[in-house]
Every structure is written in structure tokens, then in C-alpha cells.
Design a protein around this ligand. Sequence first.
Ligand SMILES: Nc1nc2c(ncn2[C@@H]2O[C@H](COP(=O)(O)OP(=O)(O)OP(=O)(O)O)[C@@H](O)[C@H]2O)c(=O)[nH]1
Ligand SMILES: [Zn+2]
Length: 180
Amino acid sequence: MQKEFTQILTQLGEDPTREGLLDTPKRAAKAMEFLTRGYNQDLDTVINGALFTSDCDSIVVLDNIELYSLCEHHMLPFTGRCHIGYLPNGKVLGLSKLARIVDMFARRLQIQENLTQQIAQAIMDVTGAKGVGVIVEASHLCMRMRGVQKQNSEMKTSCMLGSFRTDKDTRAEFLHLLKS
Ligand SMILES: Nc1nc2c(ncn2[C@@H]2O[C@H](COP(=O)(O)OP(=O)(O)OP(=O)(O)O)[C@@H](O)[C@H]2O)c(=O)[nH]1
Ligand SMILES: [Zn+2]
């Protein structure tokens, strides 16, 4: 991507050979590689076998997982928090792996709706849980720095699968746990 970033600098009217910009294409390429490293990850590697037998039959929640992604329309950041709950079905997932799953999908070009669904579906697929709920709250720089320029609105998306979708008591308990 270095060559392309040099071209972008030129298109902007900049001089890519001036001192401050000499290493910019290299840095920008490295940063973009980091911001999209989710493309080089898969669930198996991320989970690393950290799936443990358990007879836990209560909702497990991990909330306020910070999230950094890039919107696929403008390639500008959207950032916020992800809240996850699942009802185990004989297996529990290593706690950090929930956050790693969030990162794997967030570090790709995304829209928030798809990101939310992909996280929920991955947790369902990996754990075979009875139900999964995922809520994402995020602020989109493409709506703040440019375009419609609204500073305070947040997008909230949710994906409820299995018993979180079919059983309103389970869903209510999840939402209550998040509030408390
Ligand atoms: N649904 C959804 N839309 C998003 C997300 N991120 C950015 N967008 C929207 O994608 C849309 C792209 O609309 P376009 O009209 O093609 O692009 P644009 O002219 O840059 O739009 P404006 O942002 O309204 O200036 C905008 O409404 C963005 O707000 C997201 O995660 N989910
Ligand atoms: Zn956008």
C-alpha cells in the first residue's frame, strides 16, 4: 500500500518528498494493516482451544468491550462498546476470547449491523450456546467529522440468537444484567 499512499499524498497536493512526509506512506500502510488485521485471523486461531466443559446454566456476560472499527463506506473509524451475553450449553469460552472475537470482526471494513451479527453468530457457532445476545453502541466519525456532522448521536445495534430471541425472560435477564 506504500505506493498508493504516496499517490494519495500527491493527489492531495502534498510533496511526498518533504521531510515530514518521507516515511508517511510506510507508516500509513503499517497502520492500515493493523486496523484491518482481522482479515488475517480466523475463529480457530483466535479461540486457541479455550473452550471448557461446564455445567453452568446461567447467563455469562462480558460488557463494555471497547471496539474500534472502520466503516466500509468511508473507511473512517467508528468506535464504541460491545456487550455480550450467552447461555452456555455444556461449554464455556475463555473470557478473553469473547473480546478477541469482537476484535477479529471489528478489525475489518464493516457496517455496525453486520459486525453485531457476525460476533453473535461466531459465539453461537463456537460454543453451541443455548442463546447469545450482542449489543453494540458506537459513534461513527463519518457522521461527526464530515457529512451530516452530528456529534452526539450513537448507533445501537443488537443481535439476539437462540433463547435470547425466543424467550423474553432470558432476554430481559440479559438486559437487566447490563443495566446493573
Ligand atoms: N447502516 C449503516 N450505515 C452506515 C454505517 N456506517 C456508515 N453508514 C452510512 O452509510 C451511508 C452512505 O451513504 P452515501 O449517500 O452513499 O454516502 P455519503 O454521500 O458519504 O453520505 P453522507 O454520510 O450522508 O454524507 C451514510 O448514510 C452513512 O451514515 C453503518 O455501520 N451502518
Ligand atoms: Zn461511514
